[in-house]
Design a protein around this ligand. Structure first.
Ligand code: AMP
Length: 396
């Protein structure tokens, strides 16, 4: 058994999970939030019990030290040598990485070069990598890219119909996101179906605060809804998803805003939040909708319609669909979301089993035996993909 640390470093946070591999058992998990502040939060979960502390955390290096020392102090590991590998989630691997890789200076340089495409995420991942490399200099580190799973898309699927030089000079194309999640739930779906993934046509719906949809044929991604950045695709908690790009110039002129300010609004003040004016949280929207708030209902309906549009288009592109998977915060928890989406694609022969759909957070088939497409709820687990890839690469 090897102990692998799966890490997701954000600009002011450090999420971690220590897993026993290949058993895929979570030993402990936690998060340091508000890094850089005197009153940062450190939470660790041990045997299902959450312990939370408020303490000063100057930077990511301090956060890593706090976590590693705590693992020893709490007796979770006896020494740091027990950690065999560290896997880092990296949001943007561009066209350079179609699989996970061991981190060396070249990999760090390439992730740095790609910061342009993910200015909020890649710099934070680099800080996390640096902090763990310093704390555990003899431990191999692995980069696991959110974009890698989507690298199997064909050029007709990933290219935008814009001047070709933009692609050649600047790499303007679709890269997608949430790849580890789409890959994980597709593999789980194949297990539940009792069939090799090579024989299946799957549409995976990762519906969380960020949301994306993938078309997966024979285990390979052939299309996905997110693009150059996570702004493309369906409306999300605070992101607009697809809009006519001329809206940007129009609003710049009317409201006297810069392009960055309008893009900020499309990323942070749109989607559920923008349409409802209430919240970016689907629980709040569902509650207010039942209380009669029309804009909350509209915010949800716009999203469900767009999800159905994508499924319809992927049905054609895949040449049929065997399985649809709902995952992430909303997909795993909102009975209404699953039911509304499947109702909107009933023309494809999908028959929801309403009783089976009354489920939350556990893998389950939610369609009737007569349904032409089987739909599942499958909880995602990106950390397992990170730990699997890390184990594979450190063992080579
Ligand atoms: P994630 O980004 O995957 O953590 O998902 C966050 C989203 O999941 C938020 O919009 C939450 O409102 C949503 N969510 C969590 N629990 C529920 C629930 N019980 N019903 C509806 N949405 C939920």
């Amino acid at each position: 058994m090897k102990k692998i640390m799966a890490v997701n470093a954000g600009s002011s946070s450090l999420k971690f999970q220590l897993l026993a591999m290949p058993e895929e058992i979570t030993i402990t998990e936690g998060i340091v939030e508000r890094i850089g502040l005197q009153d940062a939060y450190y939470t660790i979960v041990i045997n299902g019990d959450k312990e939370k502390q408020v303490l000063p955390v100057k930077d990511h290096a301090v956060a890593v030290d706090i976590v590693l020392n705590d693992l020893i102090n709490k007796g979770i590991i006896k020494s740091l040598e027990e950690i065999s590998g560290v896997g880092h989630r990296i949001v943007q691997g561009g066209g350079s990485f179609d699989k996970s890789v061991l981190i060396d200076e070249d990999v760090v340089a390439e992730i740095t070069r790609l910061c342009d495409l993910a200015p909020l995420h890649n710099p934070a991942h680099l800080i996390g990598i640096k902090a763990f490399r310093e704390a555990l200099p003899n431990v191999k580190q692995v980069a696991v890219f959110d974009t890698a799973f989507h690298q199997t898309m064909s050029k007709e699927a990933y290219m935008y119909a814009v001047p070709y030089e933009w692609y050649e000079k600047y790499g303007i194309r679709k890269y997608g996101a949430h790849g580890t999640s789409h890959q994980y739930v597709a593999l789980e779906a194949a297990k539940l179906e009792g069939k090799p993934i090579e024989d299946l046509k799957i549409v995976t719906l990762h519906l969380g605060n960020g949301a994306s949809i993938s078309a997966i044929k024979g285990g390979k991604c052939i299309d996905t809804s997110m693009g150059l950045t996570p702004l493309e695709g369906i409306p999300m908690g605070t992101r607009s998803g697809n809009i006519d790009p001329t809206v940007v110039e129009y609003i710049c002129n009317k409201e006297n805003l810069s392009v960055s300010e309008v893009l900020d609004a499309l990323n942070k003040k749109s989607g559920y939040l923008g349409v409802s004016g209430v919240s970016n949280d689907s629980r709040d929207l569902e509650k207010c909708m039942y209380e009669g708030n029309e804009r909350c209902k509209l915010a949800l309906d716009i999203q469900y319609k767009r999800i159905a549009d994508y499924i319809g288009s992927y049905y054609v592109y895949l040449g049929g669909i065997d399985v649809i998977v709902f995952t992430a915060g909303i997909g795993e928890n909102s009975e209404r979301c699953r039911s509304e989406v499947l109702r909107r694609i009933s023309v494809l022969g999908v028959e929801l089993d309403e009783e089976a759909n009354k489920v939350r957070g556990k893998a389950q088939l939610i369609t009737k035996p007569t349904s032409k497409i089987r739909a599942y709820l499958i909880p995602t687990n990106e950390e397992i993909v990170i730990a699997r890839d890390t184990l594979k690469l450190i063992s080579q």
